[in-house]
Design a protein around this ligand. Structure first.
Ligand code: FES
Length: 137
């Protein structure tokens, strides 16, 4: 299990000025990063306004969640950009070890078993990984 540290993790900034209306889209989206900045099997944290999010890539697909454990509402990462357990197959809360499915955010072990992370819809294009922050997946 990852050791939880008390200092605040650092995040990659996706500032509101990054809101770019894309042709054909009803609502503007925020670009988190370039596709190649989130490699297969990796995770990455982001700060948008005061909201922290994280993105993970598994089997080529990107999943984005709010960085908030349903157990206590605190950030999941104890080390910047480290959201996985040691096996790399589950998302883990560094504070008390809750484990979540990457594809759905459902907690499958730990104090919040049966609850889920809050997912955000995301879209990947050739020029970025995009989210609609006010929508739920
Ligand atoms: S705060 Fe995440 S498991 Fe307790």
């Amino acid at each position: 299990m990852t050791t939880w540290r008390k200092e605040a993790p650092s995040y990659h900034f996706a500032m509101p000025c990054g809101i770019i209306p894309r042709p054909g889209m009803e609502k503007p989206m925020i670009r988190l990063c370039a596709p190649d900045e989130l490699a297969e099997g990796h995770s990455r944290g982001f700060l948008i306004d005061r909201d922290t999010l994280f993105a993970v890539r598994k089997d080529g697909q990107v999943f984005v969640y709010r960085n908030r454990c349903p157990h206590r509402g605190i950030p999941l990462d104890g080390v910047p950009d480290q959201f996985f357990d040691d096996s790399g197959s589950l998302i883990q809360c560094a504070a008390h070890g809750a484990l979540f499915l990457i594809e759905s955010g459902e907690c499958v072990a730990g104090p919040c078993a049966g609850q889920s992370l809050s997912a955000l819809p995301c879209t990947e294009t050739a020029d970025g990984i995009w989210i609609t922050p006010w929508a739920q997946a």
